[in-house]
Write a protein that binds this ligand. Structure first.
Ligand SMILES: Nc1ncnc2c1ncn2[C@@H]1O[C@H](COP(=O)(O)OP(=O)(O)OP(=O)(O)O)[C@@H](O)[C@H]1O
Ligand SMILES: [Mg+2]
Length: 339
């Protein structure tokens, strides 16, 4: 009998399951109870009809089609215009298995100790899997937590979501949090993880800052949990290169464009050195950045296992494992003397 892994936590399933395919505790963490039915009462094609109808009333932006869901009294997950508790994202036609890919990448983010949106896989009537995430901008009483993405923070139009560097974004996070180094460090870790996982879509709309309800100042407290993580490079079937990032890493004040370090010029791709340079420019201590890079190496086997236990197809798993391996290796090069 083949081993089964939980469609929320990706951990090995054992013991009694209220819902087959789901660990009870993982189900509770995502849905608040084990009664919720992870089989949706509508099909994939019905989803596309409803998401077009509901789109006007919805406050979820983004390129991919999504639907806002809530639990009803029969413990079903149903589409709603108001009071959404979850966001449902099926794989787009053009990116088969994006849902399984995103779910795996999000679990790796969690494994690496990054505050990560609760998420899992649910099943359409008809059998296909879809990605579901619990809204982190809503409190249990339904009230809204104040949150802004970095594009709004920069006051930029949405076409410009790739038009800043991570250095500028990190600097802005420092400013809007009244100089909270821990938040800037959290951001740098997420940029490193994006590189390690071949996620080339960590643009300005994919990072948000949040304010606690009791915070009446204009400053933000923290980053929102991470979202929209994907092994983007694992979709590519051609021979993978060393991967890009959505934004330039370092800022060149002379031309306002990306600046490359000598190490980058020497290697032809980013190494750990470049991310330490990002940290230096943002006034961060080196130690926690080095520690995060080292943690990627120590967790290499756990990450590969998680990918293997995910619901991605085998060839996508193989590509994801390979790219994490090569990028983690590049990240271990942290000193200029290694040139
Ligand atoms: N769990 C969540 N809770 C609250 N808001 C969320 C959550 N996940 C995503 N969002 C918000 O919804 C927006 C769209 O989600 P997401 O980035 O996952 O979709 P997308 O269509 O893949 O985006 P993109 O435009 O980057 O391709 C995000 O920019 C974020 O503001
Ligand atoms: Mg997004």
């Amino acid at each position: 009998m083949s081993i089964e892994y939980c469609k929320v936590s990706l951990k090995k399933l054992s013991g009694k399951q209220s819902k087959p395919g789901y660990n009870n505790n993982a189900l509770k963490a995502l849905f608040g109870s084990t009664k919720v039915k992870p089989c949706l009462p509508f099909s994939r094609s019905e989803f596309f009809q409803r998401s077009r109808q509901n789109v006007q009333g919805m406050s979820i932006s983004g390129v991919q089609q999504k639907l806002s869901l809530k639990k009803n009294e029969q413990h079903e997950l149903i589409a709603t215009v108001e009071g959404g508790e979850y966001i449902l994202k099926p794989s787009p036609e053009t990116y088969p298995n994006a849902a399984e890919n995103e779910h795996a990448a999000m679990q790796v983010s969690r494994l690496m100790g990054i505050d990560t949106a609760q998420c899992g896989l649910v099943t359409f009537d008809g059998g296909e899997l879809a990605y579901i995430t619990k809204r982190f901008d809503r409190l249990d009483d339904g009230s809204k937590l104040h949150q802004e993405d970095l594009m709004q923070c920069f006051d930029l139009p949405s076409d410009d979501k790739y038009n800043k560097t991570y250095e500028e974004a990190g600097k802005l996070i420092g400013e809007v949090t009244n100089g909270k180094q821990s938040v800037v460090l959290d951001f740098v870790r997420r940029v490193i993880l994006a590189y390690a996982t071949g996620n080339d879509d960590l643009h300005l709309k994919n990072v948000s800052v949040q304010r606690r309800t009791d915070n009446t100042s204009r400053f933000y407290d923290k980053l929102s949990p991470s979202y929209d993580c994907l092994f983007c490079d694992a979709f590519r079937t051609d021979e993978p290169g060393m991967g890009q990032l959505a934004l330039g890493l370092l800022y060149d004040p002379d031309d306002g464009d990306e600046e490359f370090t000598d190490m980058h010029n020497c290697y032809g791709y980013y190494t750990g050195y470049d991310f330490l340079e990002l940290g230096r420019r943002l006034g961060l201590p080196e130690k926690p950045i080095r520690a995060f890079i080292a943690k990627l190496k120590t967790n290499e086997k756990k990450i590969a296992d998680m990918i293997n236990h995910s619901y991605m197809p085998d060839d996508m798993k193989t590509r994801a494992i390979k790219l994490v391996e090569s990028h983690t290796k590049a990240l271990q090069v942290v000193d200029a003397s290694e040139q």
